[in-house]
Design a protein around this ligand. Structure first.
Ligand code: PBG
Length: 323
């Protein structure tokens, strides 16, 4: 045989030379769930290894991550039911613990990249990402609420605003408002192709943010569609997004590739809660080798075209790399 592909696989050294895809900790964003308590570390049952953190524990978590070279974080607030209302007013309230946490983190660790989540669901008594009027999730009246939330986040020091709500026109609306109040350098990482997925279950447990009625199918995308992802991508680019995201990641590797091939913007992928929980459960039963499967998952997401990965595995991966 003249041609033998196995020659390029014969030792770790040669495999290293020809390896096409690499993943560094600087390409990861670590999602953290936070509470308003001074101190807390509440285990999240369906997300083994992840916790609702109090202020003190959040600072510790960020500090220990930084020591591993992991410096980008996205925060999600677990808001008590008593602070929720139909217009998500707590999302931009002066005493909002989410905004206070961001202020404190950026003050203590100015070098970190802090990403926010913009959507009404953690603050909404209806549990929807948009405003509910007569049983419908309305689009245009939601936009000013989202922008107000985004401006409050920019003021608190978030570097990247992450609209995850899937309302039409929200990227443009938020961009205009940020510029208008003097935050032209605050970026937008848009949840561009966010699917109506069953894989968000554990996340909704973590925040107790599941919709009180109905589902999210009138705003999140149909898992059957890919043309629509391109349409969303062109709109988000047009409206001023700095980075685009595909979510979830593993069932949507084709969508990651599609956006990578059609856009010049950096592409992020969200390795969501259900994807993490599946592997954790299988590993706990001894059915999968957790470290090897995690590595393969993250590498596949990178190989399909993601520049950035949001993942609950971020710290585990950073620990392995630093070994
Ligand atoms: C809120 C939001 C969700 C996730 C991120 N932001 C849940 C949802 O849309 O219902 C899910 C993340 C995950 O599952 O890890 N809009």
């Amino acid at each position: 045989m003249r041609i033998r592909p196995r020659r390029n696989r014969q030792s770790e050294g040669i495999r290293g030379l020809v390896r096409e895809t690499r993943l560094g900790v600087d390409q990861l964003i670590y999602p953290l769930f936070i509470t308003g308590n001074a101190s807390a570390k509440n285990a999240i049952k369906s997300l083994p290894g992840q916790f609702q953190l109090g202020r003190k524990e959040l600072l510790e978590e960020v500090e220990s991550s930084l020591k591993l070279g992991l410096g980008s974080f996205v925060l999600f607030p677990a808001v008590p039911e008593s602070k929720k209302d139909s217009v998500a007013s707590y999302s931009y309230a002066d005493d909002n613990f989410y905004l206070e946490a961001a202020r404190e983190l950026k003050e203590k660790f100015p070098e970190i990249v802090l990403m926010s989540d913009v959507a009404m669901d953690p603050y909404s008594s209806d549990g929807h990402d948009g405003l509910v009027e007569d049983g419908e999730i309305v689009n245009d009246n939601t936009l000013p609420i989202l922008s107000r939330m985004a401006v409050a986040q920019a003021q608190a020091g978030f570097d990247l605003i992450g609209p995850s709500d899937m309302m039409d026109g929200r990227v443009g609306h938020i961009r205009r408002e940020l510029d208008h109040v003097g935050y032209p350098n605050t970026g937008i990482l848009a949840y561009t192709a966010k699917y109506a997925s069953a894989f968000y279950g554990p996340f909704r447990d973590a925040l107790e943010s599941a919709p009180k009625g109905g589902d999210k199918k009138t705003y999140q995308m149909d898992p059957a569609n890919s043309n629509e992802a391109l349409r969303e991508a062109f709109l988000d680019e047009e409206e001023g997004a700095d980075m685009l995201m595909v979510k979830p990641a593993l069932c949507y590797l084709d969508i990651i590739k599609l956006l990578k091939d059609h856009s010049n913007l950096p592409i992020a992928a969200y390795n969501v809660s259900g994807e993490y929980a599946m592997l954790k459960a299988a590993a706990a039963n001894g059915w999968l080798d957790e470290e090897a499967a995690m590595h393969e998952m993250l590498l596949s997401i990178r190989r399909s075209g993601a520049d950035i990965i949001l993942t609950y595995f971020a710290k585990d991966y950073a620990k392995i790399l630093s070994r």
